[in-house]
Write a protein of this length. Sequence first.
Length: 251
Amino acid sequence: MLHKFAAQLYTLRNELKKDFYDTLRTLSKMGWKAVQIDGLHGYPAAEIAAVLKETGLSAAGMHVGLNRMTRELDAVLEEARLFGTPYFFNHYLEGELQNEAGYRSAKRQLLEVSDKVKPLGFQVGYHHHEFEFETEVDGMPALDFVLQPEDGRALVPEIDTYWVKFAGRDPLEYLSKFPNRIPILHLKDMAGDGSKAFTELGNGVIDFAPILRWGEANGVQWYCVEQDDCPGSPFVSLETSLNHLRTITGK
């Protein structure tokens, strides 16, 4: 299973700004097999792709804003081709869209993008936070509405264990609503001291062993580790999380 563990590059956003290529090389040396792209920070996509090839790192999808998808779709598709991934996810919904009308609009726009790119071999998905659980649309949490199939079309869910927990839900139970629909799953832990702080996998309250078992039974291709804020070096935090995954999988 080690080949399925990916580092979400938002964790290393500050390091990427200093040296994107060296950051990728460091992750490869640590034992990561893939990364999830979260912004290019001014670096050329072709050069990033070359370093991915050099290090043997795969791209476990891309995070792309709704505005880029709708206004710069050709550029997004070219980046996806260069990185060798069919998946790109809307990574955050701006505050003015965090309401019933906004979720309806976002879903419509994302499905329209999906209609354009699916014949080309690409898939559009949705990454959530806690606020998608705070608004109801058609009698269900907004996240359920956004991910609900419509006229035979559906967005790819990218469920995040931390944000599900933050919203007061059980991550494994919520994941189970989407059997064989989650190619990339976000693994993120929550501190157990009541602060709801981000923490390394294995240092918090989420039990990842049954989540990994569920993923293996339901077609998860990549387990993407992210830590929005780290107490020290994000490289150390990512190494701690990777070591925990190795421990619980016997790898």
